[in-house]
Write a protein that binds this ligand. Structure first.
Ligand code: 5AD
Ligand code: SF4
Length: 438
């Protein structure tokens, strides 16, 4: 039996791509290896969004140099955004690789493995491939499933490498998405997360007509009508593309979970402008207020970059003020990192590493306090949890609230796939502890 070992770095889109790849490998009889030393095919689905992520892949890969020497028939491959960015270059950094495949080429891998010679020259696949880019493919994770609705990005934020590596926006036809979701629901899916770099510019037939409902709104309404669907989520949406009809859905749709990832990046108008985000802080806050009017329980998450070129202490203070004002449930925060091809790469006034590190600590310390306060306020309350697997401790099961918080509680494995009421008894930064209501 052939076995594969797959490691995924980076965003949800990569998690989704890896899941598609696993589904295709399983269809060809591949089994999952528990550890890399039992695998015939070792694969890294990589990320290039920040330099640190890229370095981590290279150092992880080097651990396999000697394994390849002792097992020459082992196939070691890299895929995803770093593979697209580096292409042939990857072979200089890791000459023991047999396969380098960009994000648009991953679905070709299972077939390629049938004829690849692990002792021969490496195969490099980049750019667009012959296979339809967004075609639905088998998945391994079904209860809470991801469905890509669009891929790529047209925004070209000054710091971001995504438009260069994932290409321009491409949307899947509405009918194809509905068919995929229907298939998943029939297999037992109860939660669907729609994925795309910029889901609210979903436009299957090019630009939406003036005055007509945005296609993304139509899509959400259509999905809401499936009675087997319990929860609907989407990520990521750009604050500049948030029409009133989309805001309203957070108050009207049965399935739309009270949770939204709305990347702010910075609280300073000067930095937002330099980043090319096309909104200012007042506009962003206005959007948050309108969303909270529609659904006061909406849990918000965001992304923050500190140390963008030219960022001053005052700019950083505006970001801290923004965090204290919005009170996000959680955030992802990053030190700005130079990426190839991006506009910010050539901007003056780069912020020294030590200053970036200090600013990141300030941001994270403030946010940790807010997150803990929000989570602790849930103690004593009852939440609806979709049970998705075992918890960390023996006897525990685990699941997520509508606001996407992890809840662990004592319970039987039969609860998998059910929606249960849990009373929260303790709260931490990244999870909650609860007791199932009897
Ligand atoms: N440096 C730091 N953070 C970045 N992000 C994107 N590009 C960079 C970069 N060059 C962050 C943004 C984005 C998230 C996915 O990664 O916050 O929303
Ligand atoms: Fe990158 Fe901006 Fe597109 Fe997000 S919206 S993927 S940050 S360019």
């Amino acid at each position: 039996m052939r076995r594969y070992h797959l490691t995924t770095f980076g965003c949800q889109m990569n998690v989704y791509d890896s899941d598609r790849l696993e589904g295709l490998l399983a269809a060809r009889g591949w089994l999952k290896a528990e550890a890399t030393d039992q695998a015939d095919f070792i694969f890294f689905n990589t990320c290039s969004i920040r330099e640190k992520a890229a370095q981590r892949v290279i150092s992880r890969l080097n651990e396999f140099k000697s394994l390849k020497k002792t097992k020459p028939h082992l196939v070691i491959g890299v895929g995803g955004c770093l593979a697209e960015q580096e292409g042939l270059n990857f072979l200089n950094k890791a000459p023991f690789l047999s396969l380098v495949a960009g994000p648009k080429r991953l679905t070709e891998i299972p077939e390629l493995l049938e004829r690849l010679d692990p002792t021969g020259p490496a195969v490099v696949l980049a750019g667009d491939g012959p296979a339809p880019l967004l075609a639905p493919t088998p998945k391994t994770q079904v209860l809470s499933a991801f469905v890509t609705i669009m891929e790529g990005c047209d925004n070209f934020c000054a710091y971001c490498v995504v438009p260069y590596l994932r290409g321009r926006e491409k949307s899947r036809p509405l009918k194809e998405i509905l068919t995929e979701v229907e298939g998943l629901l029939a297999q037992g899916a109860r939660e669907i997360t729609l994925l795309g770099q910029n889901v609210n510019s979903y436009a299957p037939n090019g630009e939406p007509q003036k005055g007509a409902e945005a296609p993304f709104t139509t899509l959400l309404k259509r999905l809401d009508s499936y009675s087997e669907l319990w929860r609907l989520r989407f990520a990521t949406s750009h604050p500049k593309d948030f029409p009133p009809d989309l805001i309203a859905l957070f108050g009207t749709l049965r399935t739309l979970a009270p949770n939204l990832h709305l990347p702010l990046q910075s609280g300073s108008d000067a930095i937002l402008q330099a980043m090319g985000r096309h909104y200012d802080w007042a506009q962003y806050l206005g959007l948050v207020k309108r969303l909270k009017e529609v659904n006061p329980a909406l849990a918000l998450n965001t992304d923050i970059i500190v140390g963008f070129p030219g960022e001053t202490d005052d700019d950083l203070n505006q970001t801290l003020k923004a965090l204290a004002t919005v009170r996000y449930d959680s955030i992802f925060s990053f030190k700005y990192s130079d990426r190839p091809q991006t506009r910010a790469l050539n901007l003056p006034h780069k912020v020294p590493e030590a200053v970036k590190a200090k600013r990141l600590t300030l941001v994270q310390t403030l946010q940790n306090g807010v997150t803990l306060e929000i989570n602790r306020a849930l103690i004593g309350q009852t939440v609806e949890v979709l049970v998705t697997g075992k918890g960390r401790e023996p006897g525990q099961m685990s699941g997520r609230t509508g606001s996407n918080k992890i809840v662990n509680f004592l319970g039987s494995p039969d609860l998998y796939g059910q929606m249960v009421a849990v009373t929260i008894t303790a709260a931490y930064k990244a999870s909650l502890l609860g007791q199932i209501n009897s």
